[in-house]
Design a protein around this ligand. Sequence first.
Ligand SMILES: [Zn+2]
Length: 312
Amino acid sequence: MNMISIILAFLLVSCGTKTINTLTSKPVALPQYKVVEHVVYPGKVKKLRISQPEVGSDHELICGDKKLSSLKNNDQIEAFFSVNYKYLEKNKNKIIPCYVNSLIGGQRLNFHVFNLHVKPFNYPKSFIKVAKKHVDLSPEDLQRFLGEKEIINKVYEVSMHTPKLFKKDFIKPLKSKITGVYGSRRVFNNKKDSWHSGTDFRARTPIPIPSSNDGVVAFAGDLFFNGNAVFVDHGMGIITMYCHLSKINVKIGDRVDQGTIIGLSGNTGRSSAPHLHWGVRVQNHWIDGLQFLQEQKEEGLVAYHHKATDKK
Ligand SMILES: [Zn+2]
């Protein structure tokens, strides 16, 4: 650490809301945000927007200890934040703070903008019968499953760095009856306790399945549980997944548009009847796709500056 950065670090600590512009050596007034309090639910998505960060550059949005995959324009940061379905079972702290992280005068500074309060959501519980081999995995099947998991985990990792590839709102892949809702706690053969990480659409006979939005095919192939499956990476930390297909029309690396037919519905993998399982993954969590379709149209949770004239 040279002398200038020691002085700068001292000034940052002592001034709190002032820093030094290294080009002009003049103090720069830092923006002050009002911390917006908001309720969020496990398995649901919240759209976050921060307008006009004003100072600094290379803005990032950090919630908890996670850097969000976000869309950055000159005067706005936009991101879809998601809460893990099992968040409340795994975390004692029910408040997730969010920060705008900005590069100012060579320093990375955090501005506290949101407190997201995680509250429980009551998902239904159901009992399902499936083939025994899909509950009690043989050593070979377990080996296969673990191998697939490794491949898919890479897909997830890459998706966090994919820039936004879509222009329009996401759409439902089918308009048919929903036969399985997101989030239902599922007990397989009265044994394995699981939960439903997507939305099931009725598709009794093989029907064409369109991509929910523009993106790039991140995986296309046969998986132990999902059967023939296609994963589309849309950027901004969003993936859609189409499972149990009877036929796959695309291959890894293909660019698809909203509406491109990625395959035909079917009954492959761990499936008790022909249907389409549609999964939506946001910031590395499988979330409620139907809720996401609504949330994407919302203005989002907006951070705003604290003005000197504001009453406390
Ligand atoms: Zn399903």
